[in-house]
Write a new protein. Structure first.
Lengths: 144, 433
């Protein structure tokens, strides 16, 4: 049920991010979510796309090292306290959150979507489902 | 079964080799005295004449030649024959600014190609082989030397030169090339490219590679042998002494046999210039005893090396030289510590990185800085910043224990370090001292 995130190695230098997005643009790949982790020398770009296979293929062909990581995407009410409810579920199950970022939706909607990287994504999915929180599947990303 | 190109001479007794060396050395000193005024002046300055050189025991009396002599005598100052006897030149970039231009008579080319033929046969070559020469052709000696040697062996020779990796792989596959000659860094690059194309060691028809013209480590050899499923042989030479083939590796792969019927090797202390006993590490010095157009006497190679005369399992009797440990002039002194690029390469390979690196030396606040750029690999990459940073720290610690100083490690994008169709640029020294 989990979603695959594409993580890409980039040098921390002017223009490197731009070059990478150019590869995606040239291949008509739309990013639905993006987060950037940087160190002094390098960065890791994490993206969510509709078609993981297409994205990783064009990136590899362009010489980018990338890896797939399992993440959980949840829908939360776009109102105060929405995220807190999601995090309480994780905390109560002692599931550690490594990082998270937001996913953009096409239509105006009363739902927000968060991408979560946790230490145990299966346990997290089970806990969310039990708590009535909607977990998004890979197939559903395109429709958001 | 061990193959020899000139078994009689390659396996001659020590006495026979010494007799040849004595005779040729005397002739060569006389030839230089009469034809190379530049060197004659050096001899006169030391107060010696050809009469003083009766055997190889007297070799130490002769003055040295260095890169500086090549620069000062450029272009024709060390030419040993009338120009109309020269049939070819080769050239290389000199470390002191001027190019080195070396001259060859037809006889010089013949003996050089003989040396290369010995190397190819020592790597198992015969007229049954398809030998792909992926060294550069032109002024560089690599292509021409091995090409000539391959002809002498009778291999089907593919003079493809360096570069155009796709075409290289196509010829290897289509013609079923069994031997390849190129620089080790290009061999590593070819191996990587073939791996990316999904070709495993069993899909690659090559059985042997003859790799030289730059320093490489045992770890790099193991990696190339594994990726391509070949046996990788080292070959040594320099333009000043003709080119590749001055020394070559045999099936034992424990050092390179120096072609002693053409070259006499000595090891000296680079500072005192004293001759050191065999088995000691020091600077390698060569005397070419039958090359006429460019007759180098006691040429200082700057390579830090060692000679061993133990009996070799291949049957050859010529003295063996170790893989040079570095060059006394590209050895880096960083914060007072001697650093050889090959040491850094060893640490990288031990830590799971590939041998694609660049050493950048700089100076900040009067202190030397050492920055090692390493290419990220799919194997080393993870989504976890902490894990990558941890591996980076381990590499820094590994370098510190090998070198005794702290280096900064920068991870760079794959294939971003310039390489390797010729020689890889391993060291960039930005210090202005």
């Amino acid at each position: 049920m989990s979603v695959k995130q594409v993580s890409i190695f980039l040098e921390n230098k002017p223009g490197k991010m731009c070059e990478m997005t150019d590869v995606l643009a040239a291949n008509k790949i739309n990013m639905r979510a993006l987060s950037l982790a940087e160190t002094e020398g390098f960065g890791i770009v994490r993206i969510i796309v509709d078609d993981v296979y297409d994205a990783t293929t064009v990136l590899k062909d362009a010489g980018y090292i990338n890896k797939l990581t399992s993440v959980v995407i949840v829908a939360i009410p776009d109102s105060p306290g929405g995220l807190k409810h999601v995090l309480e579920v994780l905390a109560s199950k002692q599931i550690n959150l490594d990082y998270m970022y937001a996913l953009s939706t096409a239509a105006s909607s009363d739902q927000a979507y968060m991408v979560l990287r946790v230490n145990d994504h299966k346990a997290a999915e089970a806990a969310f489902t039990k708590a009535g929180i909607k977990v998004v599947t890979q197939e559903e990303i395109a429709e958001l | 079964m061990e193959r020899y190109y000139q078994q009689e001479i390659e396996c001659a007794s020590r006495d026979e080799i010494v007799a040849i060396q004595n005779k040729k050395l005397k002739e060569q000193v006389k030839h230089v005295w009469e034809n190379v005024p530049y060197y004659r002046k050096k001899m006169e300055k030391k107060g010696i004449t050809p009469e003083d050189i009766q055997s190889i025991e007297d070799l130490h009396k002769l003055p040295f030649l260095s890169k500086y002599d090549l620069r000062d005598s450029y272009p024709y100052g060390l030419l040993g024959v009338p120009k109309n006897q020269v049939v070819r030149i080769h050239s290389t970039s000199g470390t002191t600014g001027k190019r080195v231009v070396a001259f060859y008579t037809q006889g010089d080319i013949d003996l050089w190609e003989d040396c290369c033929a010995r190397a190819i046969m020592a790597a198992g070559g015969s007229e049954e082989d398809v030998c792909q020469i992926s060294y550069g052709f032109g002024l560089f000696t690599g292509g021409a030397g091995l090409n000539g040697g391959s002809h002498k062996v009778g291999c089907m020779t593919v003079p493809i030169s360096s570069g155009n990796t796709e075409r290289q792989i196509m010829f290897i596959q289509d013609l079923q090339a069994s031997i390849i000659c190129c620089t080790p860094s290009y061999a590593a690059y070819l191996g990587e490219s073939m791996k990316e194309m999904g070709l495993g060691p069993d899909d690659i028809p090559l059985k042997a590679g003859i790799f030289g013209a730059e320093a490489w480590s045992e770890e790099m050899r193991a990696e190339i042998e594994k990726t391509m499923g070949i046996k990788a042989y080292d070959i040594y030479g320099l333009t000043e002494l003709s080119g590749p083939g001055v020394a070559f590796e045999c099936s034992a792969q424990t050092g390179m046999h120096i072609n002693e019927d053409h070259f006499i090797a000595e090891i000296i202390d680079p500072d005192t210039e004293e001759v050191l006993p065999e088995g000691t590490w020091g600077e390698l010095v060569f005397t070419a005893i039958d090359k006429k157009a460019f007759p180098m006497l006691r040429y200082r190679t700057r390579d830090i090396c060692r000679l061993t005369r133990e009996k070799c399992s291949c049957g050859r009797t010529h003295v063996k030289m170790d893989k040079p440990r570095g060059r006394s002039d590209d050895m880096l002194i960083i914060r007072g510590v001697n650093v050889f690029p090959s040491q850094i390469e060893t640490v990288l390979l031990e830590h799971g990185y590939q041998a694609n690196y660049q050493i950048i030396v700089g100076r900040e606040n009067n202190t030397d800085t050492l920055d090692v750029h390493v290419e990220m690999t799919p194997e080393m990459f993870t989504d976890n910043v902490t894990d990558i940073t941890k591996a980076q720290k381990e590499l820094v610690a590994g370098l510190r224990s090998m070198l005794g100083i702290t280096a900064k490690v920068t991870l760079v994008a794959p294939k971003s370090i310039t390489r390797s169709e010729g020689k890889a640029v391993r060291v960039i020294d930005n210090r202005k001292i």
